[in-house]
Design a protein. Structure first.
Lengths: 361, 200
């Protein structure tokens, strides 16, 4: 008898309490209607308890986010002028003193309250979601692939050379940002260069699951890193790893304009097996005397027979550049490489306003 | 009907000589973690008082039902469920009616679900064979005692962090444990002034 009574009583109590909570939840509402005011003119009304980042993306406003809401990349920042609550400990390491003063928050950590007011750059309101089809996948090196997406709907994504887009990884619903490597004059195709990151969720998907013909969701374009087309200054481009992607897009645009500006392109890699697009760059160099491509290897292997520049990219840069007071620089690569290169550029009198960079998180 | 003197004795006993933090050494995790400043300690203390008293009051009639149906061996499991549910309920109600207070509590309210003193108070009233009023008074006294302990400890830690030049190995949690030990010793001084099971 007891063997039936005990579980029955326990189950009964659990069901009763669950029922009560459900009734209470319905009656009290989980927070009720929330209103989000964007830039003082656009309003979104939601009832969910989700984070600001997710609510915005559900409403087709795509803030950039490389980590996908884990508070590690610090890209989804936006100004929350009202209703954001206190800064959470998870946000602290990614917010500068200036950010804190201006109420800048990580939207992936903020849960909106009844009335939340936020300010986001108008440019971001133009980022959209795209249904695309992977039409080509090329191996560039042993761990770098070029992906070519044909846009299905909408059919074009007008972007500035240097900007990036995000891939949504199906199934696990995470997004990762990759620079657009294709020519901005053809907005119906988006090419991306993806380097394999061991155990990386998105790159594992790209390298092991993604096939030509797959339908992939992209969003974009994002980013403040793009070619300043109105300027006439000489250009220094510096890239490492898969950082060739945005530079490739920038070079395509410069080439169309007849390469009227003097361009020097430094590319840092470990050994010959990490180099790619070398022929394309040599060809460009042959066609346009204004363009110079300088690959630098930090650890060339004995069998590489390397007779180009050797050493860390910073040393090669320092050795081979003169006064940069009137030049512009475009950097793309790991945060460590970019910080080190900016130091070298500063040494050559570059103006900080003319340095543009895209750090991979 | 219990006399008022018995209730007063239970209250004083649970607050001081049988202080749940310093005599029973319960609820140590939040006591150490949230006692770095007085403001947070007060918030946590208040939340604990609210939840402990409420859940003890809910658990008492439920325990009576378990006794009646002869299933009182289930008390631990059932208490855990009611505690989790009442914290959830409290959260919903506060979010709706007292949003300011809800925001002030922030993370502390959900944290309390796993605070062992809430469960301990409910299990103690079973041991002491309390009636409803005694249970509520005991829960209030115990949780106020815990709040008292965390505020005391946080006050000392706050001062200490400013004025004391502690050796590296003693900083933070280590010194908190030492302070807690000294506080517990001090509370032994209250022994004998009241009993949680008064002689009636």
């Amino acid at each position: 008898m007891e063997y039936i009574l005990l579980p029955a009583v326990l189950l009964g109590i659990m069901l009763a309490i669950t029922g009560l909570i459900i009734v209470a939840d319905k009656a009290l509402g989980s927070g009720g209607l929330k209103k989000i005011v964007i830039n003082g003119n656009k309003e979104i009304e939601v009832t969910s308890d989700d984070t600001l980042l997710n609510i915005l993306s559900q409403n087709k406003i795509f803030l950039s986010s490389a980590c996908g809401g884990k508070a590690t990349c610090g890209l989804c920042k936006c100004q929350v002028t009202e209703g954001g609550g206190e800064i959470k400990p998870t946000e602290m390491p990614l917010l500068s003193a200036k950010d804190k003063e201006n109420n800048v928050r990580l939207t992936c950590q903020v849960k909106p309250t009844a009335l939340t007011k936020i300010t986001i750059p108008e440019g971001l309101l133009t980022a959209k979601e795209f249904k695309t089809k992977l039409v080509k996948m090329t191996d560039l090196t042993y761990d770098i692939k070029l992906l070519d997406f044909k846009l299905i709907s909408p059919e074009t994504m007008p972007f500035k050379p240097g900007q990036f887009a995000q891939i949504k990884v199906p199934g696990i619903d995470i997004v990762r940002a990759y620079s657009i490597a294709s020519n901005p004059s053809d907005p119906s195709h988006i090419e991306m260069i993806v380097r394999y990151v061991p155990k990386g969720q998105a790159t594992t998907y790209v390298f092991q699951a993604l096939k030509v013909g797959d339908i992939v969701t992209l969003s974009g374009p994002y980013g403040n890193f793009f070619l300043q087309e109105q300027s006439k200054r000489d250009i220094v481009c510096i890239a490492g790893g898969s950082g060739k992607a945005p530079i490739r897009s920038i070079l395509a645009r410069l080439k169309e304009q007849g390469m009227t500006r003097k361009v020097r392109y430094f590319f840092g890699a470990k050994a010959v097996r990490d180099l790619y697009y070398t022929e394309e760059m040599k060809q460009l160099q042959k066609e346009y005397p204004n363009f110079e491509y300088i690959p630098a290897l930090s650890n060339p292997l004995p069998q590489d027979n390397w007779n180009g520049a050797t050493g860390l990219i910073t040393d090669v840069l320092d050795r081979m550049t003169g006064d940069l007071a009137e030049a512009e620089a475009y950097l793309c690569g790991s945060p460590g490489m970019i910080d080190a290169c900016i130091k070298v550029l500063n040494k050559h009198q570059i103006k900080p306003a003319n340095v543009f960079y895209d750090k991979f998180a | 009907m219990v006399s008022i003197t018995v209730l007063i004795e239970i209250f004083i006993a649970s607050l001081l000589p049988f202080n749940i933090a310093l005599a029973s050494i319960l609820g140590m995790c939040p006591l150490i973690a949230i006692s770095t400043n007085v403001t947070n300690a007060k918030g946590m203390g208040l939340a604990v008082v609210l939840v402990t008293t409420l859940t003890a009051a809910i658990n008492w009639p439920i325990y009576e039902f378990l006794k009646w149906s002869g299933t009182d061996t289930l008390d631990l499991l059932v208490f855990m469920i009611t505690i989790a549910a009442s914290v959830q309920f409290l959260e919903l109600a506060m979010q709706k009616f007292l949003p300011a207070l809800y925001n002030a509590f922030g993370i502390y309210l959900p944290l309390i679900t796993v605070n062992c003193i809430v469960l301990a108070v409910s299990l103690f009233f079973v041991n002491y064979d309390y009636g409803f009023l005694e249970t509520v008074v005991f829960a209030l006294g115990s949780s106020l005692g815990w709040a008292f302990a965390i505020v005391l400890l946080s006050g000392i830690r706050e001062k200490l962090s400013v004025i004391a030049d502690l050796p590296r190995g003693l900083k933070g949690k280590a010194i908190a444990f030492v302070l807690l030990g000294i506080l517990a010793l001090a509370f032994i001084g209250f022994a004998g002034i009241a009993r949680v099971d008064p002689i009636q």
